[in-house]
Design a protein around this ligand. Structure first.
Ligand code: C5P
Length: 309
């Protein structure tokens, strides 16, 4: 019998290819219809037995991640413990590559990875349906980080249906901003913008059939044209410099451009891996963002990388 001393899980960042936001609900959240898409930019989480629960965070933006009970990965551990009551203490080490507060669901991904790692470490034996339920309690985007791929999210984003799409890989360029946006602040800015614009309450969000048929066709050009994000005007109002970033990417030949989730990361779809390479180099030279990265998607959700299975 092998004694497992630590379990390492890697988890992808997410983009929202569509983010349609309804009116605010009584619980402070907004009903959404969103098309999630997992891309090949990963955080890594290691869970090891420890006297008591704790977390250490290293890598990109680590100083902005809480290292106490507010840490989403530790909140996930606490939520999982309710289902695995005899579980011992665990130390979580997070190696971040997904920028923090960037609209890429890095924190939610870390929580999903912690669920997968601890379920394995504790021999919890929970299946994906149970993990998805626990994930939904921890945060709106956590369940998708477990699932990965391309999926439609409803409710707060936690009610998921996988989108059956052809095996097309899309090539993305991500432009990381010199600054951060708080998700609640961006939703609040959208509510204010809508209130100022007058009219009735925001319409119920609906899935964009043009985007879904573009995804079914696997035609990146059509997908690029159909990208949409209701939070984008709110993110731009709080972070006006992003307009320049989006415009630069489109001028440089991106098939589509949008703010990712609540921002401030801007994402650009390229026609091929080579075009993504060119676009990344040109964007980085244009001085319209802090740094750039390339990523492809869809990729699977949180998965154990060690011990090898
Ligand atoms: O669920 P999560 O903790 O990731 O959400 C962060 C914040 O984003 C919420 O507190 C809320 O202000 C906002 N939010 C929202 N509607 C959603 C998802 C998030 O208003 N569907």
């Amino acid at each position: 019998m092998t004694i497992v001393t630590g379990v390492t899980v890697r988890v992808p960042a997410k983009l929202n290819l569509q983010l349609a936001v309804g009116p605010p609900r009584a619980d402070g959240y907004h009903d959404l219809v969103t098309v999630f898409h997992a891309v090949s930019l990963y955080d890594e989480i290691t869970a090891e037995p420890a006297g008591r629960d704790g977390v250490t965070v290293g890598g990109e933006g680590a100083d902005r991640v809480p290292a106490d009970g507010d840490n989403l990965a530790l909140r996930a551990v606490a939520a999982l413990r309710a289902a695995v009551p005899s579980a011992p203490g665990v130390h979580i080490t997070i190696a971040k590559r997904i920028p923090v507060a960037a609209g890429l669901a890095g924190g939610s991904g870390d929580a999903a990875a912690a669920l997968v790692a601890c379920n394995e470490l504790w021999d919890g034996g929970l299946g994906q349906p149970q993990l998805l339920d626990i994930a939904a309690q921890v945060g709106s985007d956590v369940a998708f980080a477990l699932l990965g791929g391309t999926a439609v999210g409803r409710g707060r984003g936690e009610q998921l249906t996988s989108a059956l799409a052809p095996a097309t890989q899309y090539h993305w360029v991500l432009a990381f901003a010199d600054g951060h946006l708080s998700t609640p602040a961006v939703y609040a800015a959208l509510d204010r913008q809508r209130a100022r614009a007058g009219g009735d309450v925001a319409p119920e969000p609906e899935l964009d059939s043009a985007l879904m048929s573009a995804l079914r066709s696997g035609d990146a050009r059509l997908v690029g044209r159909a990208l949409s994000n209701d939070l984008q005007p709110a993110a731009l109002s709080l972070f006006p410099a992003l307009r320049k970033t989006l415009a630069a990417g489109l001028e440089l030949g991106a098939l589509g451009a949008l703010v990712s989730g609540s921002g401030p990361t801007c994402v650009f779809l390229a026609a091929s891996a080579d075009r993504a390479l060119d676009l990344a180099a040109s964007l980085s030279g244009a001085g319209v963002c802090r740094s750039v990265a390339r990523a492809s998607g869809p990729v699977p959700g949180a998965a154990i990388v060690s011990p090898a299975r």
